[in-house]
Design a protein around this ligand. Structure first.
Ligand code: ATP
Length: 140
């Protein structure tokens, strides 16, 4: 069987279909660490953590923030079922900064383990959103 030269990338959340595009390369925030995917990758299924996802089409990289979910990798197709996902250009920076400040205050004086864990996740999501928002579409 011929080795595929492109990957059909689909990114969906429970609310909406965000991306359906033929791409050349993807990096995903897998729960075991960041995962690079090129056409012809070995099939795998894994969970996602809070992190940055990028995909490359030709010389252009596109960035999204992701918070949890699953990904199925096949040699010519990658399907991301994300709990939350935002494209870099759709991120509201002021909102992410406000969420970061709230999380910092809660982490400074947690009243229970649950508060601490929720604040830790809110902090990670806000930091990733700010990181992703700062990356305009870049040429590689
Ligand atoms: P906030 O505390 O600012 O409401 P949150 O972390 O509680 O943020 P989430 O539960 O992570 O919010 O997300 C709720 C919805 O809002 C999702 O659809 C998510 O994509 C969107 N969202 C959250 N923060 C941002 C942001 N800074 N820019 C764009 N969309 C965002």
């Amino acid at each position: 069987m011929a080795i595929p030269t492109k990957i059909l990338l689909e990114i969906v959340t429970p609310d909406r279909a965000l991306i359906r595009e033929e791409v050349d390369e993807i990096q995903l925030p897998g729960s075991e660490g960041y995962l690079g995917v090129l056409p012809g990758h070995t099939p795998l299924l894994t969970t996602l953590m809070v992190g940055e996802l990028w995909y490359r089409v030709g010389a252009e990289k596109h960035f999204l923030s992701i918070a949890g979910g699953f990904v199925e990798v096949l040699p010519d197709r990658v399907t991301v079922l994300a709990d939350l996902a935002e494209r870099a250009q759709d991120i509201d920076i002021a909102r992410a900064e406000a969420a970061k400040r709230r999380a910092e205050e809660r982490l400074a004086k947690p009243s229970s383990d649950l508060d601490f864990e929720r604040a830790r996740i809110a902090m990670m999501k806000s930091l990733i959103r700010l990181q992703v928002a700062s990356r305009a579409r870049t040429r590689v």
